[in-house]
Design a protein around this ligand. Structure first.
Ligand SMILES: Cc1cc2nc3c(=O)[nH]c(=O)nc-3n(C[C@H](O)[C@H](O)[C@H](O)COP(=O)(O)O)c2cc1C
Length: 319
């Protein structure tokens, strides 16, 4: 196999610095991560807490690239320069977020139907921060036609790379990824392209890798949160990892402990852990049962008993 890099995708509310650090202490395979997005704010509303997730001291091991969401180049540049002052060499522009509240403000995938706005943004931004910008995009907001208007624009600027999640914004996270359109984008781009979307096991990776062998950068989000052994399995090209439940439990215990220290109230902590179990549960046999039980729990002590009992009596890794 050709050598390639694997990156952890940003999942806001999941892959924050606590998750990334705990992950790296327990699992291998990722070469870096894109951090979940930071919104632009006008300079006078800026607070240092904005940066907590990407502060270098909070990210001692896995190299990260910070991501910014916004549509005003002056605010974007202002934030990017602060990130460069922290030592980062590049930043990523989010053109993919599908959520209607974001998109209707013409941010994330909401900007994709406006190629002239994207062109004007890049013109101003790239001239201030040349060679230091990458983009993460979908194929369009409502239609894949958007991306074909954007590719020639992207080609005119010195971008570091483009990460493509081949869905439209209105598809959200469901439906099939569009590999044919991805292939056309790849053929049209002068930039390094990174593939992202629906890699959930070794086979799905090998299928898409087999089709796009020249790609040397791959990004995985939900598949790796569900099965944190996945990046190492992909890198090895085989799965010979034993004692997965025990290893996963050690990771889980530490993750829970870390979040317990940072969240002020039990409600926040419980919500965060419930979010994780919607993914974690899929790696276990009878996944629906544990997912349902966790989801219904309202009290922290009940949640802890439930998860302890699950690991002690029921947990079996789904191979
Ligand atoms: C809960 C959640 C939060 C996300 N947050 C971000 C984000 O902050 N920035 C971003 O570019 N993409 C975000 N994404 C999209 C993922 O990075 C990724 O593109 C998408 O999930 C497809 O890849 P996957 O199938 O490997 O998960 C998010 C996705 C989910 C499900």
């Amino acid at each position: 196999m050709t050598t390639f890099q694997l990156y952890l995708a940003p999942l806001r509310g999941f892959t924050d610095y606590i998750y990334r650090n705990t992950f790296t202490r327990h699992f291998d395979g990722f070469d870096g991560a894109l951090a979940p997005f930071i919104p632009t704010v006008t300079a006078d509303r800026f607070k240092p807490s904005h940066f907590k997730d990407i502060l270098p001291e909070n990210n001692p091991t896995l190299p990260i690239v910070p991501q910014i969401i916004g549509n005003q180049s002056a605010d974007f540049i202002n934030l990017a320069v602060r990130l460069f002052d922290l030592g980062y060499t590049s930043v990523n522009w989010n053109l993919g977020c599908p959520f209607p509240m974001v998109a209707k403000k013409h941010r994330g995938s909401g900007l994709l139907p406006y190629p002239e706005r994207i062109d004007a943004f890049l013109e101003k931004t790239v001239s201030s921060i040349p060679n230091r910008l990458s983009i993460k995009t979908r194929l369009g907001r409502r239609t894949i036609n958007d991306i074909f208007k954007l590719m020639p624009i992207f080609n005119r600027y010195p971008l570091k790379e483009i990460i493509i999640h081949p869905r439209t914004g209105i598809q959200m996270y469901v439906g099939k990824t569009d590999l044919d359109t991805f292939e056309r984008c790849l053929a049209q781009s002068v930039h390094r392209i990174i593939y992202n979307g629906d890699i959930t096991d070794l086979k799905t990776f090998q299928d898409v890798f087999g089709r796009f062998e020249d790609i040397d950068g791959w990004m995985i989000g939900r598949g790796a949160v569900t099965n944190p052994f996945l990046p190492a399995i992909i890198k090895a090209g085989r799965d010979d990892i034993s004692h997965k439940v025990e290893k996963f439990k050690r990771f889980y215990d530490e993750l829970f402990d870390q979040y317990r220290q940072v969240f002020s109230g039990p409600g926040h902590l419980l919500n965060r852990m419930k979010g994780f179990w919607t993914y974690f549960s899929k790696s276990f046999q009878n996944s629906r049962k544990i997912a349902k039980k966790v989801h219904r729990t309202q009290k922290m002590h009940r949640y802890m008993e439930l998860v302890d009992r699950f690991f002690a009596e029921e947990a079996q890794w789904k191979e």
